[in-house]
Structures are given as structure tokens and as C-alpha cells.
Design a protein around this ligand. Structure first.
Ligand SMILES: CC(=O)SCCNC(=O)CCNC(=O)[C@H](O)C(C)(C)COP(=O)(O)OP(=O)(O)OC[C@H]1O[C@@H](n2cnc3c(N)ncnc32)[C@H](O)[C@@H]1OP(=O)(O)O
Length: 140
């Protein structure tokens, strides 16, 4: 997961050329186990951008170095939010997909974003109910 976050953050930095923080990670699907003696290639690209947020699609590809067989081990979407050290107003650049795969992935951005924001609101309500007390605070 560190590899996923690190790789995605490189795509984000190249896209907006400023600092950004990971806001969420979703649709992380582990599709095939990665074997210890296989190579791992993590690919990512920015698949959608709004004002300050950028969605990144990440593919984790395993390769059996003996047979050359390549397989999709995992995919996920992660969202980063660009930050500024001063009060400067900015909007991150829009995404212009080029390959067929980029066009296919980017086509679902608006729907995923709407779903994500809806879930974020639900999650805020859930989180507001969680206790911050020390677990042993009630012990007599
Ligand atoms: C290894 C690691 O990376 S560990 C994780 C490190 N990351 C962090 O510590 C981040 C901690 N969180 C934060 O700093 C804040 O919650 C932030 C910056 C993510 C969001 O700050 P907020 O003040 O809530 O943001 P705000 O409501 O103004 O929204 C700003 C943008 O972020 C987007 N956003 C905010 N939270 C989320 C979320 N959970 N998922 C997706 N997008 C989000 C909003 O949609 C908005 O997008 P837009 O500007 O493109 O329209």
C-alpha cells in the first residue's frame, strides 16, 4: 500500500507541480496474489481533477520472470488534495486522457467522485459518533 501511495503521489506531483496530501483510498481490489519471486510494477495516472482534488488510478501488475506471464494483481483509486503554503488561489490542471485505457478510466470519474463525496458525508456522521476517550476511562 505504501508503493501504491508513493507511486500515485508521483503522478499527482507531475500533474499539479505542487504539494498534495492523500485524502482517501478507495476501490482497492486485490485480484491475484503477488508471488515473492515475481516482479511488481506499479503504474498510475491522474484519472480526474476538480478544483483542488485529483483522483489517481493505480494498477499493480505482477510478472512471472520465468514465464513472462503478466497479471493484474490489484487496482485502486486514490484521491489527493493539493495544498498551498500561502493563501494563493489555484485550481489543478484538468485531465486530458490520451490512450484508450485512460479514456475508459477517466470516463467514470464524475460518477466515482459523486459517490465518494456522498460516502464522505455519511462517514463524517459516523466518525462524529466515535469516542475519543481513553478506553480505560470508565474503569473504576
Ligand atoms: C501515507 C499517507 O499519505 S497518510 C495520509 C496523509 N493525509 C493526510 O494526513 C490528510 C489529512 N486530511 C486533510 O488534511 C484534509 O481532510 C483534506 C486536505 C484531505 C481535506 O480538507 P477539507 O478542508 O476537508 O477539504 P475541503 O472540504 O475544503 O475539500 C477540498 C477538496 O478535497 C476533496 N476532498 C476532501 N476530503 C476528501 C476525501 N475524503 N476523499 C476525496 N476527496 C476529498 C473535496 O472534494 C475538495 O475537492 P475539490 O477542491 O476538487 O472540489
Amino acid at each position: 500500500m505504501t508503493l501504491i501511495d508513493d507511486t500515485a503521489s508521483i503522478s499527482v506531483s507531475r500533474h499539479c507541480r505542487r504539494g498534495a496530501v492523500t485524502a482517501s483510498l478507495d476501490n482497492l481490489n486485490f485480484l491475484e496474489p503477488l508471488h515473492a519471486n515475481h516482479s511488481v510494477c506499479v503504474e498510475s495516472f491522474v484519472s480526474g481533477a476538480h478544483h483542488k482534488s485529483m483522483e489517481v488510478f493505480v494498477k499493480v501488475i505482477g510478472e512471472n520472470l520465468t514465464t513472462g506471464e503478466r497479471y493484474l494483481a490489484a487496482t485502486c483509486f486514490t484521491t489527493f488534495v493539493a495544498v498551498s503554503s500561502d493563501a494563493e488561489e489555484f485550481t489543478v490542471p484538468r485531465v486530458v486522457p490520451e490512450t484508450e485505457e485512460e479514456k475508459m478510466v477517466c470516463a467514470g470519474y464524475k460518477k466515482r467522485r459523486a459517490h465518494r463525496l456522498h460516502e464522505r458525508d455519511d462517514y463524517k456522521e459516523f466518525a462524529a459518533e466515535l469516542s475519543l476517550e481513553l478506553p480505560w476511562a470508565d474503569e473504576k
